[in-house]
Design a protein around this ligand. Sequence first.
Ligand code: PLP
Length: 461
Amino acid sequence: MNHDELRHWSKIAADWAHDYHLDLRDRPVRARTPRNAIRDALPPKAPELPESMEEIWADFNRLIPQGMTHWQHPRFFAYFPANAAPVSMLAEQLVNAMACQGMIWQTSPAATEVEQAMMVWLREALGLPDRFTGTIHDSATTATLSAVLTMRERALNWHGLQAGLSGMPVLRLYTSGETHSSVDKAARVAGIGQQNLVKIPTDDSLSMRPDLLEAAIAADRAAGMMPAGVILCVGGTSVGAFDHVAELIAVAKEAGLPVHVDAAWAGSAMICPEFRLLWEGIEGADSVVFNPHKWLGAQFDCAVQFIANPHEQIKTLGLRPSYLETPDQDEVVNFNEWTVPLGRRFRALKLWFLLRAHGLEDLRNRIRNHVNWSRQLCALLSELPDLEIVTAPALSLFTFAHRDGEAATLDLLSRINDDGRVYLTQTRHQDRLVIRVQVGQFDCTEEDVMMVHTVLSELLE
Ligand code: PLP
């Protein structure tokens, strides 16, 4: 394909995208494809000779769309959203067209500088103080790994980077059981080890208990271990738990430990000042991650990490081999030095387009609607005699179960998803299987949300 043909097919693809989104509501949200059907429909080997674009396009249409779970479906209430505002898709198309790689300032100055500006725009939008600067990662998992690696090296006074962990003191991290599994992964990958990620019990509000955090740090020190950092949860994935940030940061600071906050989902809601109570004290954190690709509307992938002292992270992750050196390297920001991968996509462009085309007020209204509709839906479901609300809405996430127990809850969930009009997923909360409902699709309407009630009423009849 040459660029003339690319233009031709791009127009066809744009029309296809328009029509795809137009009738999304008519499609089942979750894919119904039998296991391996798509893989088995593909030839076992790559072709030796070129195939026509017409054939490739026909096969795409025949095989792919029905093999997709539709994340942009307005009645996708599973997991957390991966919202893609149309304008952020447009920005991604432009990034694709340039196919740039922004590993250092020199390789794409605009990518670096728009990213710097967007970090300031988002910091202000979320009400964070200007002690934070930031960068964009592919995922919250990578951001948390970067923060944990920095905690590790800070604790070891940056000796681990050279010497490895053999013979080093046993490092300890502290979090609660409500925090996302990306923290477990970070402890594993950073060589700290899952067993040294201490899960501090939570109180009735699902916040880590500060007294137990303090006691665990003291006990570990007394036993000769080396506490390295605390990871807090602002909007847990399972049921939307919120740690009491101010109190817990106070304990960590008293113990001389850095704090990373995982607000991957709930961070977007902080553009609404009325929700900021939920992370009161956040200004004392050392690192905060939130995913604009979840609730805000920036097409996947886009995870923002705000960092109070980037020099510690740069000291941990930054390398300057001679082939990456530039004469101005001390005057510019080379964002690869802040993150694990060297290569970087131009992710800031979609933030720039999104924030300008919608304005913060429109983005706030969407999130406020989601929270209100989630509360209304929860109230309606609480009136269905077979159902019990297990956790009340935390922002726009709540859970429920069938009163007849786990088998009935599982059966109900599979009937909901086989029906196809809405998509919900499960979690386990305090040893009980529950069904999660999160309201957060960029273009969902009140009617879409209330469809969960319609489907459940019909299925339970
Ligand atoms: N933290 C929370 C609270 C999440 O809900 C998720 C994913 O849903 C993650 C972290 C991991 O996000 P990512 O897929 O960007 O690594």
